[in-house]
Design a protein around this ligand. Structure first.
Ligand code: ASP
Ligand code: MG
Length: 470
């Protein structure tokens, strides 16, 4: 008998068929004797829809937000009509969902009157999506013969009042999860908990940030000392590359927490590593699995990198980048220029994806998203105006149309010659590398190439260091 936290993302509860599939996965495990805690996201796209409705309300567009209400109602009602056969439970569930959408409607109405929305009311609005999906899944489980109860995470997870991205308060959370969920589990009830949402100590609804349901699952897994946390999604696990770019990309069987972190940072659409930290620290295994093929093994995420076969596990790319160069002979040995360069970038609110400094100290290069490049250049010119005037810095210039390609794997650190093989593969294909940086965790190496070479570069690296000999 294991205690399993199973988190189902938006696409896993995207329509009636998906809900039915989820119910089947959960009930199979419950019948097999496992204690299961379900954690659900809102149906796919619902959090975006709820946001859109509020935005329309702020703009005074009553018709607009009412349309959002109607479509949300219709979408959830369709699922209920299709799945819930017992008339009484269908009526009950319909009333609950109606009530939740009515409340959302009133929230939009007041936002429209005020002409503005506070982060606090935004969270109240967004919390409706998970409240609805949790209730539907719980009702479906009961219909499928599993005793179940929907639980709002506002009763379990305590946070500060940073609406939109609230910070966990660990101790009371741990206590509430234990005191609420353990008695349910002991009574043979399967709780279905809303992902993403929480509450302040005073009971005001907050959210954990977009994509926060993974975090909910990890917080619960930690508090209950679960045997495993399973993150169900619509792909087979973490892949060696984006299958649209590399057709023979494969699922990675085991990957470490640090490697997942690098992957997420460098553009792969996997779970955010911060969100699973609570369970990783306790060495509770986390699995990424496919809801629609639950028998496939998926990817196991572990705390410490095990050097499995090969050396590089995955290759990713981030597109639409600009490289900004600060160059000048007068920078040599002058302390503080790098520091001021970075403060200037921070003031422009840009996300720096890669930095490299030539050891001659005559230049610093930064890769930033192209859309923030003009602001960064302006901010740098202002901050370094004196050095530019004195000609200590010759110029600040930028180059658009670039892509960062990152090879991730614990083996990058301790396999001699891996860099050489990567460069060899690119050189052989006639691809020019514009800049290089080694990740600070030392489990990745990043290269900047032109957009036109990006796909080929990913394919070449995948072929040379991931699929080599396969
Ligand atoms: N529904 C929320 C979102 O779309 C949380 C989640 O799906 O994890 O961001
Ligand atoms: Mg999601």
């Amino acid at each position: 008998m294991s205690t399993l936290v199973m988190k189902f993302g938006g696409t896993s509860v995207g329509d009636a068929a998906a809900f039915a599939q989820v119910s089947q996965i959960v009930s199979e495990h419950v019948r097999g004797g496992d204690r299961v805690i379900g954690v659900v996201s809102a149906m796919s796209g619902v959090t975006d829809d709820l946001t859109r409705g509020i935005v329309k309300a702020v703009a005074g567009d009553e018709e607009g937000y009412l349309r959002v209400c109607d479509s949300l109602r219709a979408r959830h009602m369709n699922v209920i009509t299709e799945l819930i056969t017992d008339e009484r439970s269908r009526a009950e569930l319909t009333e609950t969902i109606d009530g939740l959408i009515d409340e959302y409607d009133s929230l939009c109405a007041s936002v429209r009157v005020l002409g503005e929305v506070t982060p606090r009311s935004m969270d109240a609005a967004l919390s409706r999506g998970e409240r609805m999906s949790a209730r539907i899944l719980s009702a479906l489980l009961q219909q499928d013969g599993v005793k179940s109860e929907a639980v709002d995470a506002t009763e379990l997870i305590v946070t500060d009042a940073t609406f939109g991205n609230a910070a966990l308060i660990a101790q009371p959370t741990r206590e509430q999860i234990t005191s609420h969920l353990v008695p349910l589990l002991d009574a043979g009830v399967t709780p279905v908990v809303t992902g993403f949402i929480a509450a302040t100590e005073n009971g005001v609804t907050t959210t954990l940030g977009r994509g926060g349901s993974d975090y909910t699952a990890a917080i619960i897994g930690d508090a209950l000392d679960a045997d495993a946390v399973w993150i169900f999604t619509d792909v087979d696990g973490v892949m060696t590359a984006d299958p649209r770019v590399v057709p023979d990309a494969r699922v990675i069987p085991v990957i470490s927490y640090t490697e997942v972190g690098e992957l997420a940072y460098f553009g792969a659409k996997v779970l955010h590593p911060r969100t699973i930290r609570p369970v990783i620290e306790r060495e509770i295994p986390v699995w990424v699995k496919n809801t629609f093929h639950p028998k496939r093994p998926g990817t196991r995420i572990e705390r410490t990198p095990r050097n499995t076969d090969g050396t590089v596990k995955a290759v990713t790319m981030i597109t639409d980048l600009t490289m900004i160069n600060v160059m000048g002979r007068g920078m040599v040995g002058v302390p503080g220029i790098a520091g001021r360069t970075f403060s200037a970038v921070a003031r422009a609110n840009a996300n720096v994806l890669m930095i490299s400094q030539a050891s001659s100290e005559q230049s610093i290069c930064l890769a930033v998203p192209t859309k923030s490049a003009p602001a960064v250049v302006t901010s740098l010119e202002e901050t370094l105006a004196y050095e530019l005037h004195r000609r200590d810095i010759d110029r600040i210039w930028s180059q658009d149309g670039l892509v960062i390609i990152t090879a991730v794997g614990a083996g990058v650190r301790d396999t001699p010659g891996i860099d050489a093989r990567i460069f060899g593969a690119l050189g052989g294909a006639g691809i020019n590398v514009i800049a290089i940086a080694q990740g600070s965790s030392e489990c990745s190496v990043s290269l900047v190439v032109g957009s036109c070479d990006a796909t080929r570069a990913v394919q070449q690296i995948h072929k040379e260091v991931i699929n080599h000999g396969k």
